[in-house]
Design a binder for this molecule. Structure first.
Ligand code: NCD
Length: 318
């Protein structure tokens, strides 16, 4: 497969590309388990972070992935940059580009921004979240976690619960999960489902308890108030009663099923306080795998010269 130049959405990868990243991730899992988890595969490459929206996991895991691959990074913070003085997205990208950059990781509240950037730069573009549209690297971390825990994504029943309407994680995951052969069901109040799902390859299940019983993967989403313009649920308490995962409800899960959440969690809303600590929960694994798959993503886009099996530490003794 010829490498795509960008990972702006799951369609930039397609099924083959996703599988390639998941296979590469196995190599980077091994690299990450070394005494010194740092390899010189991206030495001389420069990455820039362009985060116009808050982030903890995504930004830190890209940072860590880049360091493990020995890339140089340029940190750009909207709150302390010339964006505050009114500099446009285009001028910001052209400025960063003029300094020499091989890839730009961008998060923005507006849908489609990652698709605009190639007009202004030759750098590879990686989408770290555009509005409620896509978040492909979270989805890759999730596919990798499911494969690790359940052996395969194919053939699994994946139930996604919560604020699907505003979730870029749900959009990327529905594409990736179904491309890999899973069947996806959605559970949400009608106000938190998108107005039209005509071309979405999903089922909608009304009753949460029914859906839990059939789930191999129960995927919880945060209520994304920052993207809601009006009150979409009568009250948070009522929402939690119907759609929150309590310990009691988690007992309806099959023994081997897993509980996932992309973070940040709102404990007490979509998930009750103790659930993230129960055995079925793999939320911490998702975070760990976030670093691994982002190493694979960066290598996939920018790595050259070394095949994954030849990746050695600099001093060749680890
Ligand atoms: C998500 C995001 O920002 O899209 N978090 C993440 O990147 N892991 C989900 C969210 O904000 O609820």
């Amino acid at each position: 497969m010829s490498s795509p130049q960008h990972i702006r959405g799951i369609d930039d990868l397609g099924k083959e590309g996703i599988i390639e990243i998941l296979e590469l991730s196995d190599h980077f899992l091994e690299v990450s388990s070394r005494r010194i988890p740092k390899v010189p595969v991206l030495r001389g490459k420069t990455l820039a972070w362009l985060f116009y929206e808050d982030s903890t996991r995504t930004r830190l895991s890209f940072e860590k992935a880049a360091k493990r691959l020995s890339a140089d990074t340029m940190n750009f913070s909207v709150s302390s940059s010339s964006v505050k003085k009114g500099e446009s997205l285009r001028d910001t990208v052209e400025t960063i580009s003029a300094m020499g950059v091989d890839a730009i990781v961008v998060r923005h509240k507006s849908v489609g921004v990652p698709w605009m950037l190639p007009k202004w730069t030759d750098a590879a573009i990686i989408n770290a979240g555009d509005g409620a549209h896509e978040h492909p690297t979270q989805s890759l971390a999730d596919c990798y976690t499911i494969t690790q825990k359940l052996g395969d994504v194919s053939g699994k029943r994946i139930v996604i619960v919560g604020d699907i309407k505003h979730s870029r994680v749900a959009r990327s995951n529905i594409k990736a999960f179904t491309m890999l052969g899973a069947s996806v069901a959605l559970v949400a109040p009608p106000t938190l489902l998108p107005p039209s799902m005509a071309d979405w390859p999903v089922d909608v299940i009304g009753d949460f308890d029914t859906a839990i019983k059939e789930a191999d993967v129960l995927y919880l989403l945060r209520m994304q108030h920052e993207r809601q313009e009006e009150a979409l649920v009568p009250s948070l308490r009522e929402y939690t009663n119907q759609y929150g995962l309590t310990i009691e409800r988690s007992r309806l899960l099959q023994k081997s099923s897993i509980i996932m959440h992309p973070g940040p969690m709102n404990r007490g809303v979509e998930v009750s306080g103790e659930v993230p600590e129960i055995q079925n929960a793999v939320i911490t694994n998702q975070v760990e795998n976030g670093v691994i798959v982002r190493m694979a993503v960066l290598y996939h886009l920018l790595g050259s010269g070394v095949t994954p099996t030849e990746i050695q530490n600099e001093d060749n003794n680890d």
